[in-house]
Design a protein around this ligand. Structure first.
Ligand code: FE2
Ligand code: FE2
Length: 198
């Protein structure tokens, strides 16, 4: 229990992965951007999702009789965790390596690019659709938690978990925005440039 508390504190404060969007927007290398997203946003999710789930599980087990909404919160967060874990795996195994190959091609290093919509457009559209599903599940969690407001008289652990959930939402929405508004659109522009060069 102490270990998970330490991890939560670590990810709730100094290690929070939010970086200003202007920073991402000024990144010239898309390869560097995919590495940064993997090393900060994805690593944060891989480590923090199980920790937050275990806090919600513990709250539901100890206070779920008085606050049945805790059981629903735990169940929806479990779904969210599974959706996110599968999603980031697809990004790291499919679309991020393709963006790297595209950049190699553009800079004259033998990148392996297939000039078909299935190479980048289709996976980018799928990732954006998955982002929408993740945002839907997140909004259910937000509503169930009454916008992360603990009930009057809630214990410290309850308040702490809701505060962590709120930070988690902020980080996740920022991560999704960087991919939807910067990474994928820039990669699609690069794809068209490479297609014109081929
Ligand atoms: Fe991602
Ligand atoms: Fe994503």
């Amino acid at each position: 229990m102490t270990g998970s508390k330490n991890t939560i504190t670590q990810y709730n404060t100094a290690s929070t992965p939010i970086t200003e969007q202007s920073h991402y927007n000024n990144t010239n290398s898309l390869t560097a951007l995919t590495i940064e997203i993997s090393n900060t946003n994805h690593e944060y999710l891989k480590k923090f999702l199980p920790v937050l789930l275990s806090h919600l599980q513990s709250l539901a087990a100890t206070q779920g009789d008085q606050n049945p909404v805790l059981h629903r919160l735990h169940s929806h967060f479990l779904s969210l965790k599974e959706e996110i874990e599968m999603h980031i795996q697809k990004e790291e195994l499919i679309i991020f390596p393709r963006i790297k190959e595209l950049e190699k091609f553009y800079t004259g290093q033998s990148g392996k690019v297939i000039f078909s919509p299935t190479f980048l457009q289709a996976p980018a559209t799928l990732m954006e659709q998955e982002h929408q599903q993740i945002e839907k599940t997140l909004s259910v969690i937000k509503e169930l938690s009454n916008q992360y407001t603990p009930p009057p008289g809630a214990c410290t652990s309850f308040e702490h978990t809701f505060s962590l959930l709120q930070t988690f939402e902020k980080n996740l929405l920022h991560h999704i925005e960087v991919e939807n508004k910067i990474l994928f659109p820039k990669a699609l522009i690069l794809f068209k440039k490479c297609q014109a060069m081929a």
